[in-house]
Design a protein around this ligand. Structure first.
Ligand code: NAD
Length: 478
């Protein structure tokens, strides 16, 4: 499949060579070897994409919801037919186990189908006579040209997060995938070329140079970033120049509160996936276990055993691989740095062996216990397979520890007592709280954070609202 990809920008319905010249190398992280080169997009390339979007927009915004819906369903069908190619590319580029890549591609397809249906269900709240002799109603309209900037951890899912609501609501989209993982986005662009009018969906490859050019462009009315909190801050600051909207899905540091009455086996199974799925490179990954005093000793022993049992390997190593490598040498260095520094502090570190004899950016599943709330492993997003364990003596202390970071994206609670689950889920500051499960998403339900995890919602009808605006129209009866 790799040889059939066109590693170029996708502008105005065509793959085009960027006028400039610098290339970025794309790697297979399971082997630490280069697999492709992509153009390093510039402001000039972004301007070309905006021209194409500007030309497409007048006709595109007049399409009916039903027409846009049909095109989105066609794209989902084309992706479904291409599933094997998409999952192979995703596994190759991110190093994911194939079964994970398959499930993620299927989720992306399902989300595009959800958006295709939702396109036809947008509503304004009411219409009526609020001033005598006048009828008012609310129209929901596209924003215009919008931009999506995505991270490297779930490339095809992130594409669907941006493409689905943008196109469903009648915007033209410029998408910039992460420089490390552009391959499935380029494949979807090949499929989309047959379906959408030219200029409605454009892809600019590259890094922060293209990203910054997108954010600075005054014709773009919304920038939707999924990325780190630092990048979110930069983008919000830059976007304030022309007051463009920003939609920010940023970092996380999900707490996991385990009450004494929790089902220990259920917690361990939940953490095996919740902490180590995608090698922990997940904004809602379980990162901080906070356990009641009675369950703590058993939990600690079971977790120590579990981290050594997680099967680590490359996509080619077999169907039972649970966890692949980190995405890049930079990410490996970053995650290793946290653990090297932690060795000089008074924590207890339990690391499994990285079970692979290949080159590749592998890091073993790791448990860190006997750790204080102020430690950087509690306060900073590691974005790797590292789980911390803290003990608490009361529910009040559990909540204080859970809420005691700058982040607020996801959290989970483990208890058999539904009343405690209700009370504690209210007390946790986060965009999502899971009870007796962790990090489950569905297209119908919103995803997005509070505090430094950002604002705006992905998934659900709320995301379509974020990609559109409401207009009041008042008609005089005279
Ligand atoms: P990143 O912020 O480094 O990069 C994300 C994207 O932003 C990339 O496409 C990058 O090229 C672009 N970018 C970087 N600097 C930019 C700038 N100055 N202007 C414009 N664009 C710029 O993040 P990453 O390392 O690719 O991804 C990991 C981060 O993403 C983690 O913090 C993770 O928590 C977060 N994330 C959040 C969610 C969520 O839903 N909240 C989901 C996945 C990942």
């Amino acid at each position: 499949m790799l040889d059939r990809l066109t590693p170029q920008h996708f502008i105005g319905g065509e793959f085009v060579n960027s006028g400039v010249r610098e290339k970025l190398t794309v790697y297979n992280p399971a082997r630490a070897e280069p697999i492709a080169e992509i153009p390093r997009g510039t402001a000039e390339d972004v301007e070309k994409a905006i021209d194409a979007a500007r030309k497409a927009l007048p006709a595109w915004r007049l399409t009916t919801p039903s027409e846009r819906s049909r095109m989105l369903y066609r794209l989902a069908d084309a992706m479904q037919a291409d599933l094997e190619n998409l999952l192979e590319l995703e596994a190759l580029n991110v190093g994911k186990p194939r079964h994970n890549a398959r499930n993620e591609a299927l989720f992306a397809i399902d989300l595009i189908r959800f958006c295709a249906g939702a396109a036809r269900c947008m509503e304004g709240k009411a219409a009526g006579e609020y001033l005598a002799g006048h009828t008012s109603f609310v129209r929901r309209e596209p924003l215009g040209i919008v931009a999506g900037i995505t991270p490297w951890n779930y490339p095809i899912v992130m594409l669907a997060y941006k493409l689905g609501p943008s196109l469903a609501t009648g915007n033209a989209l410029i998408l910039k995938p992460a420089e490390q993982t552009p391959l499935t986005t380029l494949r979807v662009a090949q499929l989309a070329a047959e379906i959408f009018p030219a200029g409605v969906f454009n892809v600019i490859t590259g890094d922060e140079i293209a990203g910054a050019a997108i954010v600075q462009n005054r014709d773009i009315r919304l920038v939707s970033l999924t990325g780190s909190t630092d990048t979110g801050r930069l983008i919000a600051r830059q976007a304030s120049q022309d007051l463009k909207r920003v939609h920010l899905e940023l970092g996380g540091k999900a707490p996991v509160i385990v009450l004494d009455d929790a089902d220990l086996d259920q917690v361990i199974a939940g953490m095996r996936k919740g902490a180590f799925y995608n090698s922990g490179q997940d904004c809602t990954a379980a990162t901080r276990l906070i356990a009641g005093p009675a369950i703590y000793p058993g939990l600690r022993a079971a977790l120590t055993e579990m981290v050594s049992a997680v099967k680590v390997g490359a996509p080619d190593d077999g169907d039972d691989i649970e966890m692949g490598p980190l995405v890049s040498s930079e990410q490996l260095e970053r995650v290793s740095g946290f653990i090297t520094r932690a060795q000089d502090t008074n924590v207890t570190i339990t690391s499994a062996e990285a079970k692979t004899d290949r080159e590749g950016y592998f890091f073993p599943p790791t448990l860190v216990s006997d750790i204080d709330q102020g430690h950087e492993l509690i306060q900073q997003e590691v974005f790797g397979p590292v789980l911390t364990l803290q003990k608490c003596d009361s529910e009040a202390e559990a909540i204080a520890l859970a809420n005691g970071t700058d982040y607020g994206l996801g959290a989970s609670l483990w208890t058999r007592d539904v009343g405690r689950a209700m009370a504690l889920s209210r007390a946790i500051h986060a965009g999502a709280v899971w009870v007796n499960c962790h990090d489950r998403v569905t297209p119908e339900m919103p995803h997005g954070g509070v505090k430094c995890s950002g604002y705006g919602k992905d998934l659900s009808m709320y995301s379509l609202e974020d990609y559109s605006h409401i207009k009041h129209v008042m008609v005089s009866h005279d």
